[in-house]
Design a protein around this ligand. Structure first.
Ligand code: ASP
Ligand code: MG
Length: 598
């Protein structure tokens, strides 16, 4: 029986702590084999970064790796000594000595392979093997020292557990595990006993500091049982579980790809409510009615437009289109009139044309603006027009005409070099387990800015253009929403698109898009007020209809206006005014019963 244990910087922050952790390791090593992965002590890595910046404003990435990898080398030696001091045989090893082979990509290398024979020999001799996290060695003849990117020792630990086929991987930190939300904002936040890898990835903004998304992705792909727990207590911590079967091949351990799979869903139809008043309660009313009729809703998006009206659009399976449209029409009279001849009145449209949803999925999407841009460009090159867009942390979904679906899936699989994933229906059925809570955790992203690009000519390639331009500026885009509203200007059909970026990038994003407005054909770029995004994540949403309706109702009851909505199968995100962010987070956390003890 083999266990991999990883200890973060705080857990090995001083000689005292190293000694305390060594006790714990020695205890575990009494009746099983243990591989230990450690980070650099305390804030060592930050200190080294600072030191480098005192010498060079733009140090070479190779030298940075040479420098940063030293931090972990200190802790492995000390940890090994501490174990030996307790009479526990131990040996320290660098990434190179272990044979953690990575790409030759300095400062952000991905793990390709781990040679396990040297570790296994040492384990057989009864030693605890203490491995330096965060570092590896390139496959090239040069044997370059590489690092995996900040926070990368989680990745080292889970990759080692996968390669050694460990019984489990334990991640020790200075918090008791994964919490239902940020305890600084919601003091009632509770420890989650369990969470799935997919949920964990969608909660990246909440949990990434505790557990790196790349580590979660490896755990999911290889079915490594993960446990996040405190170094200081004996509390049970959080189990991070994966539903996908183990992938046998250990070659290319970390996919060098940003996208894991292409998914699609056909036989859908879209309903939209156009030009509805921008005030609390409209979405709550609509989806309350939909839930009452027991209609399953897939994608939901809302985006705000000029004249302070919203468009809300959603997709349902084609056979319930009439029923869904009727629900939307029934609430129309209660919304009142816009009394604006230019804008027009609220209206419901049940598009009779079948649509399909195609999505790209993968942890590699997090923080990489080029991936979404590439998806849009690939569809554009194939002549596929995008009707709606909705994004989440690890997924970009586009609604397109049903007849384009096969072509879209084929070109996306080719562009991202992935296979089409199992039929989503099957996957969803396996998820549809009543015992999984509808909402596992909620997160708040603050410090974001909203942008709206309006009157974009409705032809393939426009989204690709917009997000390509932003990617060139290295601006990471968060939630992207494109609704159904279209409008004819001088005979040209146009659409609007809204998205969020980090607050600091807002102005640059606006300028970049404005500079290109004339050439590309959009007419209006607006930087919106300070906003925050509240997200609820739970795999159980699939089995519990009405979760979206409930979330919208909670916000409406708190008199909070929703600006934008974007969903994926297991996540609902609402963009609200920044000043309402914490209040919204608290309300949603309480409403889904997360403030109670499990
Ligand atoms: N020491 C590295 C860092 O601070 C790796 C890690 O701690 O995971 O980013
Ligand atoms: Mg960490």
């Amino acid at each position: 029986m083999l266990i991999v244990q990883k200890y973060g910087g705080t857990s090995v922050g001083s000689a005292e702590r190293i000694k305390a952790v060594a006790q714990r390791i020695a205890k575990t090593a009494r009746d099983r084999s243990v591989v230990v992965v450690v980070s650099a002590m305390g804030k060592t890595t930050d200190g080294l970064v600072k030191l480098a910046s005192d010498i060079s404003s733009n140090p070479s990435r190779r030298e940075m790796d040479m420098l940063l990898s030293t931090g972990e080398q200190v802790s492995i030696a000390l940890m090994s000594m501490a174990l030996q001091e307790l009479g526990q045989p131990a040996i320290s090893m660098t990434g190179a000595q272990v044979g953690i082979v990575t790409e030759a990509e300095h400062s952000r290398a991905r793990i390709l392979q781990i040679k396990t024979d040297r570790i296994e020999r040492q384990l057989k001799e009864g030693k605890v093997v203490v491995v330096a996290g965060f570092q590896g060695i390139s496959r090239s003849e040069e044997l370059e020292i590489t690092t995996l990117g900040r926070g990368g020792s989680d990745t080292s630990a889970v990759a080692l557990a996968a390669a050694l086929q460990a019984e489990r991987c334990e991640i020790y930190t200075d918090v008791p595990g994964i919490l239902t939300t940020d305890p600084r904002l919601v003091p009632e936040a509770q420890l989650m006993p369990e969470i799935t890898c997919d949920e964990m990835l969608e909660l990246a903004s909440l949990g990434a500091k505790v557990l790196h998304p790349r580590a979660v992705e490896i755990a999911r792909n290889y079915g490594v049982p993960l446990l996040v727990l405190s170094s200081w207590t004996d509390d049970p911590g959080t189990r991070v579980i994966s539903s996908t079967p183990q992938r046998p091949a250990l070659q290319d351990l970390e996919l060098a790809k940003s996208v894991d799979a292409v998914e699609y869903n056909t036989d859908q139809a879209a309903v939209s409510m156009l030009r509805v008043p921008d005030r609390p309660g409209v979405a709550a009313r609509l989806f309350g009615g939909i839930a009452e009729q027991k209609i399953d809703v897939d994608l939901i998006i809302q985006s705000i437009h000029e004249g302070n009206t919203n468009d809300i659009a959603f997709t349902v399976s084609k056979d319930v289109l009439k029923k869904a449209t009727a629900v939307a029409e029934a609430i129309l009279p209660a919304l009142g009139k816009n009394n604006d001849p230019v804008l027009g009145e609220p209206e419901v449209r049940g598009e009779d044309k079948a649509v399909a949803k195609v999505s790209i999925v993968g942890a590699g999407i997090i923080g990489r603006p080029r991936v979404a841009a590439r998806m849009f460009a690939t569809l554009a090159d194939a002549g596929v027009n995008i009707l709606m867009i909705s994004t989440s942390e690890v997924k970009v979904s586009c609604v397109i005409a049903a007849e384009d679906c096969d072509k879209a899936v084929a070109v996306l699989c080719e562009a991202f070099e992935v296979k089409v994933s199992p039929v989503p229906e099957e996957k969803l059925e396996s998820l549809a387990d009543e015992s999984i809570p509808a909402v596992r955790g909620v997160a708040l992203d603050r410090k974001q800015a909203g942008l709206a690009v309006r009157k974009i000519p409705d032809r393939p390639g426009m989204a690709a253009k917009i997000f390509g331009l932003l990617a060139e500026q290295n601006i990471s885009v968060d939630t992207i929403v494109q609704s159904q509203r279209s409008r004819r200007i001088n005979g040209v059909l146009t659409r609007d698109l809204v998205f969020t970026v980090a607050e600091g990038d807002g102005e640059l994003a606006r300028e970049t898009l404005l500079e290109n407005a004339a050439e590309c054909g959009w007419q209006d770029v607006e930087l919106q007020r300070a906003i925050a995004k509240v997200s609820a994540v739970g795999a159980g949403m699939v089995a519990h209809p009405g979760v979206a309706a409930k979330m919208f109702k909670v916000l409406a009851d708190a008199q909070i206006n929703i600006l934008t909505i974007a969903t994926s199968e297991i996540k609902i995100s609402c963009v609200v005014d920044e000043e309402n962010g914490v209040k919204a987070l608290q309300a949603v956390h309480t409403a889904f019963g997360l403030s109670l003890n499990y």
